[in-house]
Design a protein around this ligand. Structure first.
Ligand code: MLT
Length: 412
């Protein structure tokens, strides 16, 4: 007899984005004529074509694979040296951050990395997540058996939720109870907030005091426009002893379909074994890659490398400017309707307070039915998100302007 993983049965009905897709499909089945007007500002998926420098590098790599002399089979599981070097050099060492090439692990996505990292962490950790939260951090902990059952408000027993709201500018206060693993995401998905140097330093100091581990998701780092905001957790003294950073080419280079990301795991980051030894996590993560992964494909790694070329950097900057331009248009339109609008200046997401006492899903349905615009209901990201909705700025300029016009005409 085979047994299933019972922890999966604790998961709530659907992952947020499939649930949104289900509701949109039902709406379209009933109103097929609305399909042509539908504009999606829900899931944060890029819309603009891949940079030319990236495409050219991919073409060249494919041609290499087509010749016997330059053909390559399996690559190193952790990523080719050329890409690990380009990342460590350009994203870290050039900014004075001491990260070695072999502390970079190239993968097929930050969502996967955020889930896979649990493989190397123990089951006794007290896990803290922000609320609202990117659902992947929560669901992967449920799957791994780190939580109890789901409660009425959608939260899970056993997880420590750190409220993020207007009062704390969407940056959580240090917890009053002990925690061992803390997920932080800045620029934040879903609120679009950023954390200051002082706020992040307080978390790093907390983690070091308590031998805790910070899992820092910096997937939206390219969107930071405020020069005072840190781009990497390693800008904070002490972080290289207590933090793992996740980054991605999805939202800067437009790789959501191409798939390439990386984790940074400094060799100084340690955690306790059951027998009480304080050991580095790097060999475990390295071992996990060798055993369970065969690396990202060669053309994709060459494409990612091209992001760091002079032309690649220019093209990526233009893409980011484009999406931030959309965010400004959308945020202005929403603000003019009198709503509380957050984010959108250092992140591609706008976080909006729904009018009155409407629930987030009420607003989702209203906006879908009346405007044929898909947004993301805030409550899908956690109890603190109730009463909010998220608008993604990943779109064409034409669509962003059209959505802005439609929002201006909406009678709440
Ligand atoms: C989102 O909409 O929150 C993003 O698409 C999440 C992701 O990148 O997986």
């Amino acid at each position: 007899m085979a047994f299933l993983n019972d922890h999966y049965l604790k998961l709530k009905a659907g992952y947020l984005f499939p649930e949104i897709a289900r509701r949109v499909n039902t709406f379209l089945e009933r109103h097929p004529e609305a399909g042509r007007r539908l504009i999606r500002c829900g899931i944060g998926d890029v819309t603009e074509p891949l940079p030319e420098a990236v495409r050219a590098a991919m073409h060249r790599a494919v041609d290499e694979l087509g010749r016997r002399e330059t053909f390559r089979g399996y690559g190193p599981e952790q990523g080719y040296e050329f890409l690990r070097h380009a990342i460590a050099e350009n994203d870290y060492r050039r900014h004075g951050l001491d990260i070695a090439d072999d502390e970079i692990f190239v993968s097929d996505g930050s969502k996967c990395d955020c889930g896979n990292i649990l493989d190397i962490l123990g089951h006794r950790n007290r896990i803290a997540v922000m609320d609202p939260v990117y659902p992947v951090y929560v669901d992967t902990n449920v799957m791994a058996g780190h939580t109890g059952e789901a409660q009425k408000d959608g939260s899970y027993e056993g997880l420590i939720y750190l409220p993020c709201n207007e009062t704390n500018h969407f940056v959580p206060k240090l917890p009053s109870q002990p925690v061992d693993v803390i997920y932080l995401c800045y620029p934040n998905n879903p609120t679009g907030a950023v954390a200051t140097r002082e706020e992040l330093q307080a978390w790093v100091d907390f983690a070091r005091r308590h031998e805790a581990l910070i899992l820092f998701d910096a997937a939206y780092e390219a969107y930071i426009t405020d020069p005072a905001v840190p781009h990497s957790i390693y800008e904070l003294p002490g972080a290289a002893e207590c933090a793992i950073e996740f980054r991605s080419f999805s939202k800067n280079g437009g790789f959501t379909g191409v798939r390439c990301a990386f984790t940074v795991l400094p060799k100084r980051v340690k955690a306790r074994s059951e027998s009480g030894d304080f050991l580095p996590l790097h060999p475990l993560w390295n071992r996990r890659f060798s055993t369970k992964f065969n690396g990202v494909s060669y053309p994709v790694q060459r494409a990612a490398e091209a992001v760091y070329s002079e032309q690649g950097q220019k093209e990526v900057a233009a893409l980011v400017r484009h999406y931030l331009g959309n965010a400004a248009i959308l945020a202005d339109a929403l603000r003019q309707t009198g709503l509380g609008v957050f984010g959108g200046t250092n992140a591609p997401y706008i976080w909006v307070k729904a009018p009155g006492s409407r629930t987030s899903w009420d607003i989702f349905d209203k906006v879908l039915h009346e405007l044929q615009v898909v947004i993301t209901p805030g409550s899908g990201f956690g109890a603190e998100g109730e009463g909010y909705f998220r608008v993604s700025a990943f779109n064409s300029r034409e669509n962003a302007e059209e959505v802005a016009r439609r929002f201006s005409s909406l009678l709440w």
